[in-house]
Design a protein around this ligand. Structure first.
Ligand code: NDP
Length: 292
């Protein structure tokens, strides 16, 4: 068996085109242009690359975009003051503070200062709580992208056994919540989990968000399973995922490649969340096909 490739790059391109069309319609019908403010503290080169690509994506979608840069030695109060200003600015519908922050800052205090309705990363405690109790929330971009790919591939996720390997607040936990909200039966594994290979073999849906190159082996995968590889690991062979792709491809029914799978979905879902946030603050219905 050779697994089908789940082409996240193509899906994300189509999603971005659909978002651009909905942005144009929102401007024409309601005179509203969604706006995203991205805040970068310090000069971490990888973060600067991410911020630039987010800026380009925002422009291409026809949204307003602003980049705010603070020096690495800015105080936490400087950053909180900037967030306050953005919270109060009606042109700004989404605020993203690029992580990681410099070591002298408290990530949680900064993130939770973002107004929940502008929290397009879905990282505030309020949005995480809303997701957990099944209320309308802003949902983290990477898991949102994974669910879109899964629903596109499988249709209903009801009754499927899903295993999420990883329990971080930005990927594993919200991924598990979204799968649960889609009526999957969900198991969450982590570094203390016993018998991980046996758990993996039971999973119709396997989401790997571990941060270790080729960690999930081909022989762990249930034949025909749908495998979503969130991992991005830089190795001598280039970027690889958390799943041993070549071996997994011989067993799974479908699998996301790295690169070209989940990665492109994350930025597309940032645009989706910005449009959703704009619709909600203006009392409009949620845009079609962009929410979990
Ligand atoms: P974290 O390091 O925050 O979390 C990793 C998780 O993996 C932890 O819950 C950890 O368990 C678990 N883990 C570590 N070792 C093992 C093990 N031996 N067995 C089982 N579980 C283990 O990573 P993130 O969630 O932030 O990211 C995960 C991966 O996804 C990374 O490769 C990252 O680069 C990538 N990523 C990709 C994105 C994209 O856009 N495609 C976006 C965000 C992340 P424990 O909690 O017990 O420590």
């Amino acid at each position: 068996m050779t697994a089908d490739l789940i082409d996240g790059k193509a899906f994300a391109a189509d999603l971005r085109a659909r978002i651009a069309a909905q942005v144009a319609a929102m401007k024409a019908d309601h005179g509203v242009t969604p706006g995203l403010a991205v805040v970068l503290v310090g000069d971490d080169p990888a973060s600067a690359v991410y911020v630039r690509s987010k800026g380009r994506a925002v422009d291409e979608a026809g949204m307003n975009g602003w980049q705010h840069r603070l020096p690495a030695d800015a105080s936490q109060q400087d950053l909180l003051d900037l967030i306050d200003t953005l919270n109060a600015d009606d042109a700004v519908n989404g605020i993203l503070v690029q992580l990681p922050l410099p070591g002298h800052m408290d990530d949680a205090a900064v993130i939770n200062a973002i107004a929940p309705e502008k929290d397009v990363d879905g990282f505030t405690v309020l949005n995480a709580g809303r997701l957990a109790v099944g209320q309308t929330a802003m949902v983290p971009c990477t898991p949102l992208g994974c669910v879109m790919l899964l629903r596109d591939r499988l249709g209903s996720l009801a009754g499927k056994h899903a295993l999420v390997v990883g329990r971080s607040n930005i990927v594993g936990k919200p991924m598990a919540q979204l799968l649960l909200a889609n009526d999957a039966t969900v198991t969450v594994a982590h570094s203390r989990t016993a018998n991980l290979p046996a758990l993996c073999r039971q999973a119709d849906i396997l989401v790997a968000a571990v941060g270790r190159a080729r960690f999930v082996k081909g022989e762990w995968i249930k034949p025909g399973a749908t495998v979503i590889d969130v991992g991005i690991n830089r190795t001598d062979d280039g970027l690889v995922g958390d799943v041993d792709f070549d071996a997994a491809r011989g067993v799974a029914g479908a699998i996301t490649p790295v690169p070209g799978g989940v990665g492109p979905m994350t930025i597309a879902c940032l645009l989706a969340n910005t449009l959703t946030a704009t619709a909600r603050v203006n009392g409009l219905p949620d845009p079609d096909g962009l929410t979990p």
